[in-house]
Design a protein around this ligand. Structure first.
Ligand code: PMP
Length: 450
C-alpha cells in the first residue's frame, strides 16, 4: 500500500477534520502532505501542489522559510515556553516593541492569545469591560457588518454573519446590531467603489447615532470580508467609521487577522484609510504561518482604565495557557524582520499587478460576475446570470469542481462557494502566478460549462 493511501486510512479512523463534512472524504480523498518548500506542498508520492491559499491565509514567505525556521530553532535552545502571568521573556518584550512601532499611531499595548478567534474574544471583552470600568454600564452591545466573519468561538461567531457557520448555533449567541456591509459587489453598474462605500455608510451612521448609549464597539474586517466570499470595499468607509465612532464614544475593533501583514498592499489595511482603531486583532501572518499566535494591540488610554488597586476589581483577568509563547514570538520577530529588511510591499505591488494581468481576460467570461482585488488578494466571482448577477445555487457546489480541477493540475485553490480566489505566499514567482491563473481559468470553464 502506498504511503499516501496508508496515511489516509489511518487518518480516517481517528481524525475529525475542520470545516468538513467527513462523509465527503468517501469520494474526495484527503491529501497527505510530506513536506513544504516555498509555495509548494508535496505529497508522499512526489505530487506537488501550489499553495494558492497560503494554507488558510497564514503563510507569507513560503513553507520552510529558512529565516523563520532558524529563529524558532534558536529559541528552542533557550526556552520553549513559560507562563506569562507573573513572568516575562525577551521574545515577547521584543515582539511587543516591534508591534507597537509597526501598527498605526496610538496602538501602544499588546495583549497576547494563541489564535485569531481568541484575539477577537479578547477585544470584545476588553471593550465591554472598559466601559464598565469607566462607569458606562449601559454599553453592552456590538455592531457588526452583514457578511462579516470573525472566528468560530461563541463570541466571535456571534459578531460574524456567515449563515453557513453561524445559523445552527443561533440559540447560544449574543445578538449584535447588524448593519449592511459596504460590499462593492452590490454597487450600481458604473458606480465607483468609493461612492458605493460612502452611500452604504449612511446606514452605519444612523445605527451608531441611534444606539450610541448601548454600544461598546463596532467590529470590522478592514477592506476585505475574506471568509464572506472575499467581498471588498473602499478605504473611505473606514475613514468615515473612525470619525463616527469617535463622535459617538464607541470603540472601533479592526480585525486584521486575515488582511494584516501586507495582504492588501499596505502593512495593515487600516493604513489605507489613515486611521488608528481602538483595538487591532492580529494572527495568521503574524508568525509567517509557522505557529499559532495572536495579539490584540490597543491604546494606552484603554489600558489605563484597567490599571488600579487589585481590590477595585478592574483588572482584565483573561488568560490562555500558551499566551505569548516564546517560539511563536521568535517566529513573529523573524517575520517582522523580513518586512524590515526587504522591500516586501514593493515586490508585492509588482506581483499584484502580474496577478491582475494573468486573469484579466476572464472578465468577459459569460459566467464571471466580477474580478476584484485588494493587493495580494484577488477574487473571481462565478455567477449563473452575468447581466443580473444571479448566483449559482450553493447546492451545485461549483467551487468544488474548481477545487478538484485544481488538485488534478497541481494547484491548491479552495474556492469559497462560487468565488475562486488567489491569496498566495509573497514568495510566489511570476511563472507560478501564470500557472495558478491558467489552472483557475480552466477550472472555471469546466465548472460553469453545464
Ligand atoms: N477573523 C478573521 C477576519 C479571519 O479571517 C479568521 C480566520 N479565517 C478569524 C478571525 C479566526 O481566526 P482563527 O481561525 O485563528 O481562530
Amino acid at each position: 500500500m502506498s504511503l499516501n493511501r496508508d496515511l489516509i486510512e489511518r487518518d480516517l479512523r481517528v481524525l475529525w477534520h475542520p470545516c468538513s463534512q467527513m462523509k465527503d472524504y468517501e469520494w474526495l480523498p484527503l491529501i497527505p502532505i510530506r513536506r513544504g518548500d516555498g509555495v509548494w506542498l508535496e505529497d508522499f508520492e512526489g505530487r506537488r501542489y501550489l499553495d494558492a491559499v497560503s494554507s488558510w491565509w497564514v503563510n507569507l514567505f513560503g513553507h520552510g522559510n529558512p529565516r523563520i525556521g532558524d529563529a524558532i530553532r534558536g529559541q528552542l535552545e533557550e526556552l520553549e515556553h513559560v507562563i506569562l502571568a507573573g513572568f516575562t521573556h525577551e521574545p515577547v518584550v521584543r515582539l511587543s516593541e516591534m508591534l507597537v512601532k509597526a501598527t498605526p499611531p496610538g496602538l501602544d499595548r499588546c495583549f497576547f492569545a494563541d489564535n485569531g478567534s481568541s484575539a477577537v474574544e479578547v477585544a470584545l471583552k476588553m471593550s465591554f469591560h472598559y466601559w464598565r470600568n469607566v462607569g458606562r454600564n449601559d454599553k453592552t452591545r456590538f455592531v457588526t457588518l452583514s457578511n462579516s466573519y470573525h472566528g468560530e468561538t461563541l463570541g466571535a461567531l456571534a459578531v460574524g454573519d456567515v449563515a453557513l457557520y453561524k445559523e445552527t448555533y443561533g440559540p447560544l449567541l449574543m445578538e449584535p446590531v447588524t448593519v449592511p456591509s459596504p460590499d462593492c459587489f452590490h454597487r450600481a453598474p458604473g458606480e465607483s467603489w468609493e461612492s458605493h462605500s460612502r452611500k452604504t455608510f449612511e446606514a452605519m451612521e444612523s445605527c451608531l447615532a441611534e444606539h450610541a448609549e448601548t454600544v461598546c464597539a463596532v467590529i470590522v474586517e478592514p477592506l476585505v470580508q475574506c471568509a464572506g466570499n472575499m467581498r471588498m470595499y473602499d478605504p473611505v468607509y473606514l475613514e468615515l467609521l473612525k470619525d463616527a465612532c469617535q463622535r459617538h464614544d464607541i470603540h472601533l475593533i479592526a480585525d486584521e487577522i486575515a488582511v494584516g501583514f501586507g495582504r492588501t498592499g499596505t502593512l495593515f489595511a487600516c493604513e489605507q484609510a489613515g486611521i488608528s482603531p481602538d483595538f487591532m486583532c492580529l494572527s495568521k501572518g503574524l508568525t509567517g504561518g509557522f505557529l499559532p499566535l495572536s495579539v490584540v494591540v490597543t491604546s494606552e488610554a484603554i489600558y489605563q482604565a484597567f490599571y488600579d488597586d487589585y481590590a477595585s476589581l478592574k483588572a482584565f483577568l483573561h488568560s490562555h495557557s500558551y499566551t505569548g509563547n516564546p517560539l511563536g514570538c521568535a517566529a513573529a520577530i523573524a517575520t517582522l524582520g523580513i518586512f524590515r529588511d526587504e522591500d516586501v510591499l514593493g515586490r508585492n505591488r509588482a506581483l499584484s499587478q502580474h496577478m491582475a494581468g494573468s486573469i484579466a481576460d476572464l472578465v468577459d467570461h459569460p459566467h464571471v460576475g466580477e474580478i476584484r482585488q485588494h493587493g495580494m488578494i484577488l477574487a473571481i466571482e462565478m455567477v449563473k446570470d452575468k447581466a443580473r448577477r444571479v448566483p449559482f445555487a450553493w447546492q451545485e457546489r461549483r467551487g468544488l469542481a474548481v477545487y478538484r480541477h485544481g488538485l488534478s493540475n497541481g494547484v491548491l485553490l479552495r474556492p469559497l462557494g462560487n468565488v475562486v480566489y488567489f491569496m498566495p505566499p509573497y514568495v510566489i514567482r511570476e511563472d507560478e502566478i501564470d500557472l495558478m491563473a491558467s489552472v483557475a481559468r480552466a477550472g472555471i470553464e469546466l465548472a460553469t460549462s453545464s
